[in-house]
Ligand binder design. Structure first.
Ligand code: ATP
Ligand code: MG
Length: 445
């Protein structure tokens, strides 16, 4: 069979709505796609062509590898559709044969049609004529299949752009949204449960760079939940959905809370301490919001009153992308994302530690603050932040292109301790107010 150069075309749509920002958004998506594919030795080049990203493969790239990349690209935030096919010379005979090959690789179909487009008028055959010529050829090669102009199973696209022709028939929907790195940074409270990975995914899909914080029951429990949270991050890492995770050993602090506050208030006080720690980490990292997987009424800590008590522990906005979702919808998303099985593995984490028999469902802030007065919260928050262990993942937002074309980390994981020390030096701010003087540090990612 004739050997054509394999390509994939990455289409986006929502970006087109961004007016003046369009260029910046396109550049970001291009960077994200390029950095995800850069270590593939079978990829020749990633470039922009007329409102799409074009991935050109080397001659030895096989169909399976390209299919694997198509599946990956479909998960990348900002990608509306991924098409795969071939690049060929601007010669109608060659274009016909490339179109036949593309249609043969398009999977099962009964009906088809040609969609031809000429972006450069220096090619002598116009779009109408290209439709007819390629259509006629394909009719001869696929006598059992029918042409259908409306609602065809497969569309064979033949596009003349500048000096080349691009032909594709297989086209797969992507997850849409906005490219990671276009909407600022957030800190997601990531348990090893079903909901919070989905919440983080939804934020990544809206263009946020996500940092995770996981509170483990260690040393009061084993560290299983940490491994599960790390596995979850590896799933999101595949398409740039998480940049780093901070694991905070929380068990001893829960034990002390359990001994010092009325049992029904324990959960709310654990949560509020989590929020304070996450806020301090967020300030340090330049994040502008916290994210949780809470959904209204799902458990006792997620009534409107209790959500207000959790919010009152921080001056930072808490985003809850799943607040109006039904558990079944969240499970369906977790299955689609690929985290459901990991999240279904039983693990003791801080959520299962020192739970009261009947938790408060309508917390009152004054009552909680009174119970908290006995706790050395500022001291605990500092200690917990200091004990956080940092995991680093491949995220396009933390990558930058080096002069030799390779990618490297924009932020070195070893800087974490320095960032922390800088924050400790500014403790007059209590860690809860924006720290302008940390700007240099905050710009690292
Ligand atoms: P999930 O909601 O992720 O399935 P869960 O059901 O075990 O976990 P909930 O009691 O519903 O936990 O907690 C509500 C939210 O609080 C979680 O979605 C998550 O954002 C945050 N959270 C709970 N436990 C932890 C933890 N151990 N580490 C980090 N965040 C947590
Ligand atoms: Mg939950």
């Amino acid at each position: 069979m004739e050997n054509f150069q394999r390509i994939t075309l990455v289409h986006y749509h929502e970006l087109a709505l961004k007016g003046h920002n369009r260029k910046a958004f396109e550049r970001k998506l291009m960077h994200n796609v390029d950095s995800l594919l850069h270590d593939r030795d079978y990829v020749e080049r990633v470039m922009m062509i007329s409102g799409r990203i074009l991935v050109i493969y080397k001659d030895d790239a096989c169909e399976d590898r390209v299919s694997f990349d198509v599946d990956l690209l479909c998960k990348v935030p900002g990608v509306a559709r991924v098409s795969c096919g071939f690049s060929c010379q601007r010669d109608i005979q060659v274009m016909n044969r490339a179109a036949e090959r593309a249609l043969r690789e398009a999977g099962n179909f009964d009906t088809w049609k040609v969609v031809a487009k000429r972006s450069h008028t220096d090619f002598p055959i116009d779009s109408m004529e290209m439709n007819q010529l390629v259509g006629e050829y394909l009719c001869g090669r696929f006598p059992d299949k029918k042409v259908r102009m409306k609602g065809a199973d497969v569309e064979v696209h033949v596009e003349v752009v500048q000096g080349r022709c691009y032909v594709y028939a297989r086209s797969v929907p992507g997850i849409g949204g906005l490219p990671v790195g276009t909407a600022g940074k957030v800190v997601c409270l990531l348990s090893s449960g079903i909901d919070s990975p989905v919440a983080m995914w939804r934020m990544a899909r809206r263009g946020a760079t996500c940092l995770a914080v996981h509170f483990s029951g260690r040393p009061q429990t084993v560290d299983t939940s940490e491994y599960l949270a790390d596995d979850i991050c590896h799933v999101l890492e595949e398409f740039g959905g998480v940049a780093r995770m901070f694991v905070v050993p929380f068990g001893d602090y829960q034990r002390q809370i359990a001994a010092m506050v009325p049992p029904q208030l324990r959960i709310l006080i654990y949560r509020r301490l989590m929020m304070r720690v996450a806020t301090r980490i967020a300030r340090r990292e330049g994040a502008k919001a916290l994210v949780t997987g809470e959904s209204l009424g799902q458990v006792a800590s997620q009534t409107l009153d209790n959500l207000a008590c959790t919010q009152a522990a921080t001056s930072m906005q808490i985003l809850r992308p799943l607040i109006g979702c039904d558990k079944l919808e969240i499970i369906a998303d977790a299955q689609k994302l690929g985290t459901f099985e990991i999240s279904s593995t039983p693990a003791a984490d801080c959520c299962t530690l020192f739970m009261p028999r009947s938790p408060e469902t309508h917390g009152k802030i004054a009552e909680i603050e009174e119970a908290e007065a006995a706790l050395p919260l500022d001291q605990w928050v500092k200690e917990l932040c200091r004990s956080a262990e940092e995991h680093v993942y491949r995220c396009p937002s933390s990558y930058c292109k080096m002069p030799d074309g390779s990618y490297g980390f924009a932020v070195d994981a070893r800087n974490a301790r320095e960032r922390l020390d800088a924050q400790e030096g500014l403790d007059g701010c209590g860690g809860l107010e924006p720290q302008g003087s940390l700007d240099g540090i905050l710009r690292e990612i």
